[in-house]
Design a protein. Structure first.
Length: 252
């Protein structure tokens, strides 16, 4: 990856391997908190629905998520809790604290277990992603942004919409496979990424794609040949990483 791919962001790197574990943990927590704030700015999660999470850089079977009851708009890194096996919730020092709702654990824990490459995940209920999911149909190449998903998506055709069991989360992880997006039937969309930034931006982009599908359900799709050309630019993880920084600078 060439250094000049990110000229607008000279002080940030998508996969910074030079950071210490503590520095990386702080970075991921800041990004998760910012993800919640971005979701709130878009009027998502007003009912407390959804999660933005990050795998811990040392305790790889643990992930960081917003403490239950904290509003998305008020999220800070200090408001995040660490969730471990069995749903045990602690702070960074291992002291039991806070809480996470059942679906938050049941969805995200199996994802991180199944996908060692995933460092972040995002899901909430949105104006277009949720209604589109009720069609139980994949995204088509109806827009430029759509091309980032048409070859990198999966469908979870299951009626456990509340995901009250860990088995439900494992079925979601199995449906996701090696893709970055899974459409959850009657529920919405969920995205993952090699960075927390890319997972968040992929979700924001997926909502834009869902809007096109809801508003133009009979739109003429781009050909597979043209979609593959666009996907070369739109699909990679680092494209979503870069998009996050545009979103971050654009949202108050």
């Amino acid at each position: 990856m060439s250094e000049d791919m990110y000229p607008d962001f000279p002080d940030v790197e998508p996969y910074n391997m030079a950071r210490s574990a503590e520095e990386e943990r702080s970075h991921r927590k800041r990004t998760v908190a910012r993800g919640y704030q971005i979701f709130a700015a878009m009027r998502w999660g007003m009912l407390g629905d959804g999660h933005v999470t990050a795998r811990d850089p040392e305790k790889l079977d643990h992930f960081w998520v917003l403490n239950y009851g904290v509003t998305f708009a008020n999220a800070t890194p200090e408001d995040l809790v660490l969730v471990g096996p069995g749903g045990r919730v602690t702070d960074a020092d291992g002291n039991e604290t806070g809480a996470v709702n059942t679906a938050g654990y049941n969805i995200h824990a199996p994802l991180y277990e199944a996908r060692p490459d995933v460092m972040g995940a995002a899901h909430t209920h949105t104006q277009y992603g949720t209604p589109w999911s009720a069609n139980v149909e994949p995204f088509r190449a109806l827009s430029q942004e759509s091309c980032g998903f048409v070859f990198d998506q999966a469908m979870f055709d299951d009626e456990e919409v509340e995901v009250l069991s860990i088995e439900g989360g494992r079925r979601i992880a199995a449906a996701l496979g090696q893709n970055k997006l899974v459409i959850l039937r009657n529920h919405g969309v969920l995205t993952v990424g090699r960075t927390v930034e890319s997972a968040i931006a992929a979700f924001v982009t997926a909502e834009r794609v869902a809007e096109v599908h809801v508003k133009a359900p009979n739109g003429k799709p781009i050909s597979d040949e043209a979609a593959k050309i666009a996907a070369h630019t739109m699909q990679p993880d680092h494209t979503s990483w870069r998009a996050f920084h545009w979103i971050d600078r654009s949202v108050g």
